[in-house]
Design a protein around this ligand. Structure first.
Ligand code: SAM
Length: 299
């Protein structure tokens, strides 16, 4: 079989590994393992991973995607919350792709606790003591995919690109543009960091166990920040605007601004109609509102 020749994990390998580790996949940790070599190769191809890339993988699980990433020649630093899975990974790499062992390292940690590149494990092949990942590639645990993604984009400024697999609905939300019904807080916060594009769909059948939601890829290309206004200030405006999604911005931002009249003045200064709703605005509009708000507070 192709999987056996290539060093990637086949469905039989996945079952055998899980049995050996007495691992029953848990829903709370979003443990749905990919058992299809074609899918993990497609993810790596869509991510455009190159041999000189330093890849961050969140939730390597049993190692399906990890092996496909290592197959490119790239270095991989992985973060896994499950001690049984994290502990077993080095042996899986050694058994299936021994030549890649020194390009791989895993850290037992909650991805939400990544504080910077120094908190990640560094493969022994690296010339540096700290490996700064330039690309994130992951099949994310679905219930915490958005917070993990936003946290990593914030704390790892060296990440230039990301390609992640998430619930299809979440991929749609992340990549949605203004005016769309599903455009909201995740779309805008992701747009603060990057240009976001919806990637291809992934069939449920490539997972074990089979999830009860559809999956899709979504890609991020970081772009430079266009403002000196702090992220927290802009995100506070976004959160306020969408906390009362159906209301006009004048009403939704009145508490944030201090009063309805003050919200209206700030919106007019930012060139945004007070009658508009948050779902009609771009990230640049929100930056303009936050900027105008700062000027009002300062004056
Ligand atoms: N990458 C593997 C694959 O494609 O087969 C597994 C993906 S599975 C959808 C998600 C993985 O993320 C699991 O291995 C799970 O234990 C891990 N995980 C869940 N929550 C996590 C967290 N907060 N930080 C790090 N890893 C987490």
């Amino acid at each position: 079989m192709e999987d056996e020749r290539s060093g990637l994990l086949s469905p039989t390998d996945i079952r055998a590994l899980a049995a050996e580790l007495h691992k029953r996949p848990t829903k709370t940790l979003g443990q749905n393992f990919v058992h299809d070599a074609g899918t993990v190769r497609r993810i790596v191809r869509e991510a455009g991973v190159q041999p000189d890339d330093s890849v961050l993988e969140i939730g390597p699980g049993l190692g399906s995607l990890t092996l496909a990433l290592l197959e490119t020649g790239a270095a991989v630093s992985a973060v896994e919350i499950d001690p049984v899975l994290a502990g077993a990974l080095p042996a899986t790499i050694a058994a299936h792709m021994p030549e890649a062992g020194d390009r791989f390292a895993v850290q037992l940690m909650d991805a939400m606790d990544v504080s910077g590149p120094e908190s990640l494990a560094t493969p022994s092949s690296s010339q540096k003591t700290t490996l700064e990942p330039d690309i994130l590639v992951a099949n994310l645990p679905y219930n915490v995919a958005v917070p993990i993604l936003l946290t990593l984009l914030e704390r790892l400024p060296g990440l230039k690109r990301a390609l992640v697999m998430v619930q299809a609905e979440v991929a749609d939300r992340l990549a949605a543009g203004p005016g769309s019904r599903i455009y909201g807080v995740p779309s805008l916060k992701a747009a603060w960091y990057a240009d976001v594009t919806r990637g291809s769909k992934v069939a449920r059948t490539v997972f074990w166990p089979v999830p009860n939601v559809d999956s899709a890829l979504v890609s991020f290309v970081r772009r430079p920040l266009r403002t000196s206004t702090p992220r927290e200030t802009v995100f506070a405006v976004i959160d306020a605007a969408f906390a009362q999604r159906r209301k006009t911005l004048r009403a939704a931002l009145s508490t944030w601004a201090g009063s309805g009249a003050q919200a209206e003045a700030i919106l007019r200064a930012a060139n945004v109609s007070p009658q508009a709703r948050g779902e009609q605005l771009t990230i640049e509009d929100f930056i303009a509102i936050a900027d105008a708000g700062r000027n009002f507070t300062a004056s």
